[in-house]
Design a protein around this ligand. Structure first.
Ligand code: DC
Length: 223
C-alpha cells in the first residue's frame, strides 16, 4: 500500500476529530489533530502570562517559539515540551482565545512546518482548517466536514460537561460563532473548502454514516 495522507477540514465542533480518529483506527494510521497544536500554543501563552483578557504579547511569544516543542505521543495525545496536555487544551479558557493565536501568520508558519514534518511519515489522517488547502494541497484524499450550528453546539457542550467544565449552552454557542467569524475572515489561510475535497455533512449521517462514506472513498485509493 502506498503511503497516504488524508485531510479532514471544517469548522469547530463539526466532528472532524471523531471521524479522523475512527478512520485512523480502522487503517492503523496516525491521527494528528492540528487544532490541538494551536490550542497547545495558546495554553503556553496563557501559562506564561502572555495572553489574557487584557493583553496578548505576540512579540514575546514569537521570541519563545524556538523553545516550544509541540508534538504527539504514540497514542496521539498532544504534548507541550514533553508534557501531555490533552485536558488543558480543551478548556473554555483556551477555546476563548485560540483563534487569536491561530490568526497570526508567524504562528501559522511554525505550525505548518511542524505539521508537514509530522506528515512525512505518511499513513496519516490530519484534521484542521487549512490542511487540505495549505498544509497538504496534494493529499491523497481530502474531506470537508459540515454540520449545523445546533449539532455543533450540542457536540461541544456535551464534551465540556463531560470534562467537568461549568458552561452554559449560550456560552458555547457564542464561542463557536466568534471563532467561526475569526477563522473564516482572517487574512492568512482562512477556512475554505479545499480544491477537490469531498464535502460531508454531519447533520443526518452521524459518525457511523460518515465513517462508511469516508472509508468507501479511501478504499478506492487503496486498491
Ligand atoms: O478544531 P479546533 O476547534 O480544536 O481548533 C482550534 C482553533 O485552531 C480554531 O479556532 C482554529 C484554529 N485552527 C487553525 O487555524 N488551523 C488549523 N489547521 C486547525 C485549527
Amino acid at each position: 500500500m502506498d503511503s497516504i495522507i488524508i485531510t479532514i477540514d471544517g469548522a469547530s465542533s463539526t466532528g472532524k476529530s471523531s471521524l479522523a480518529k475512527a478512520i485512523a483506527k480502522h487503517y492503523d494510521f496516525k491521527h494528528i489533530d492540528s487544532g490541538a497544536m494551536y490550542r497547545a500554543l495558546t495554553f503556553y501563552a496563557q501559562d506564561h502570562n502572555l495572553l489574557d483578557d487584557h493583553k496578548f504579547d505576540v512579540d514575546t511569544l514569537i521570541d519563545h517559539l524556538p523553545t516550544i516543542d509541540i508534538d504527539f505521543t504514540n497514542a496521539d495525545e498532544i504534548t507541550l515540551n514533553g508534557k501531555i496536555i490533552e485536558d488543558q487544551v480543551r478548556s473554555m479558557e483556551v477555546s476563548n482565545k485560540v483563534s487569536l493565536v491561530a490568526k497570526e501568520p508567524l504562528f501559522r508558519q511554525f505550525m505548518v512546518a511542524k505539521q508537514r514534518q509530522l506528515g512525512e511519515i505518511g499513513n496519516v489522517v490530519m484534521d484542521g482548517r487549512d490542511i487540505g488547502s495549505v498544509v497538504f494541497p496534494n493529499a491523497t484524499i481530502k474531506f470537508f466536514l459540515e454540520a449545523s450550528m445546533e449539532v455543533r453546539v450540542n457536540r461541544r457542550y456535551a464534551e465540556l460537561i463531560e470534562k467537568g467544565e461549568q458552561v452554559s449552552v449560550k456560552e458555547v454557542q457564542a464561542n463557536i460563532a466568534k471563532r467561526d467569524h475569526i477563522d473564516s475572515n482572517r487574512d492568512d489561510s482562512p477556512l475554505i473548502i479545499p480544491e477537490n475535497a469531498i464535502v460531508l455533512s454531519n447533520d443526518k449521517e452521524g459518525l457511523t454514516g460518515l465513517f462508511n462514506i469516508a472509508t468507501a472513498e479511501i478504499d478506492k485509493h487503496l486498491r
